[in-house]
Design a protein. Structure first.
Length: 392
């Protein structure tokens, strides 16, 4: 029986859902001090950098029909990949908790029933999405995305035709820091995209559709957040929707955008866990991750995620840089090794360089320079240490 594959439209819907996110809107508000012109430029530059990396990561998994963490074995070896699988599961548990927390907090601002109740509602819906499964979500996602699209247009109209005190631009945010915050969101999806492109009928085209769709929608969310802060002087998106009288419509935007995005986090945490312990069932682990994330969202406050975003960048930017160098440039496959030590050393260097570059203000942020440095180190190592196990 022929294996069921996802089409271009389905992949586009998946990444539309990933982009429509309260977390992205909130991150956009951080860019308000730059003003609309510079802020928009920073958003576009950051997303071009981030989504190019997202595309390359997705192509690797799509071409070899492997999950994101399985592709990591091609650069770091069988045991070496376990480190990144564990780190990825941890960051996805964190994202699951953050997304449920943000969604519940915003939903409770619209309908005051208690944040913990909304945590449970959103968590239950995410589990329903997981049970249905990625290849069976076509019609449900179509309806959900159409509704989100319409409701987000309404949200745009409310923000950009409204009036308020406004927020003047200042020097509290540099252009480079703003670019890095724009890069951070697509970068956070790097360890996940292959979990979906491996299921596609046409993996390269599906990856392109995924990266472009996500990039456009994510930019849109950032602009909504930034515009809300600049034009209305209001940083709380739920309050904007409430004051505009959106009520139940605003609630739907919040809940379904949270569910469609957080589903991807929990689902990929399950897939990555199979790399750590092969006998685990990814769907079961995804449900456990959702339960843990729901509990954490109820118990712990998670109001500022900038440090979390930078930590993700410092871990996964050098990782994907090494994968890009190995797959596209060196055309090498180290998956037969237990641990490929040279690449592990290069990754540590890349991690340290990223943290150092955080203290240097550059117009393109610090992800791109860090990845360029890491790729150069890989190419040098590739010449000095001949690799016999070539990728076929």
């Amino acid at each position: 029986m022929e294996e069921k594959r996802t089409g271009l439209f389905e992949n586009g819907l998946i990444w539309f859902g990933a982009g429509v996110s309260i977390a992205e809107i909130l991150t956009g508000t951080y860019l308000a001090p730059l003003g609309m012109g510079k802020g928009l430029a920073a958003i576009i530059v950051g997303h071009i950098i981030g989504c190019l990396m997202l595309f390359l990561a997705g192509v690797i998994g799509g071409k070899v029909r492997k999950s994101a963490m399985e592709t990591v074995k091609m650069s770091f070896g069988q045991k070496g990949s376990v480190l990144f699988a564990v780190l990825n599961v941890l960051q996805l548990v964190g994202w699951t908790a953050i997304m449920i927390y943000d969604g519940a907090l915003a939903a409770d601002s619209v309908m005051h029933t208690g944040r913990w109740i909304w945590c449970l509602v959103i968590g239950a819906l995410i589990i329903l999405w997981i049970v249905i499964g990625i290849t069976n979500l076509g019609k449900i996602n179509t309806v959900a995305m159409a509704a989100l699209f319409i409701l987000t247009l309404i949200l745009c109209k409310v923000i950009f035709t409204g009036s308020g005190v406004g927020t003047p631009s200042d020097d509290s945010m540099t252009f480079g820091a703003a670019v890095e915050l724009a890069v951070a969101m697509p970068l956070s999806w790097l360890p996940l995209i292959s979990d979906y492109t491996r299921e596609a009928k046409e993996p390269v085209k599906a990856t392109a559709v995924s990266a472009v769709t996500y990039g456009i929608v994510s930019c849109w969310m950032y602009v909504i957040g930034m515009g809300a802060a600049i034009i209305t002087g209001e940083y709380d998106i739920a309050q904007i929707m409430l004051k505009a009288g959106l009520g139940i419509l605003g609630l739907l935007i919040i809940v379904f955008s949270t569910v469609t995005t957080t589903f991807l986090d929990a689902y990929s945490a399950g897939i990555s866990s199979e790399t750590v312990v092969s006998r685990w069932n990814g769907k079961h682990v995804a449900i456990v991750v959702t339960v843990i994330g729901t509990a954490a969202a109820i118990v712990y406050p998670m109001d500022n995620i900038t440090d979390f975003l930078y930590l993700i960048g410092s871990v996964f930017a050098p990782m994907i840089a090494i994968q890009i160098a190995d797959f596209f440039l060196l055309k090498q496959d180290k998956s037969s090794r237990a641990v490929y030590v040279p690449n592990m050393i290069i990754w540590v260097i890349g991690f340290v360089v990223y943290r150092i570059l955080m203290n240097v203000d550059m117009p393109v942020g610090n992800t791109l320079p860090d990845m360029v440095i890491t790729i150069i180190l890989c190419l040098i190592a590739g010449k000095l240490i001949p690799e016999k196990n070539q990728k076929k």
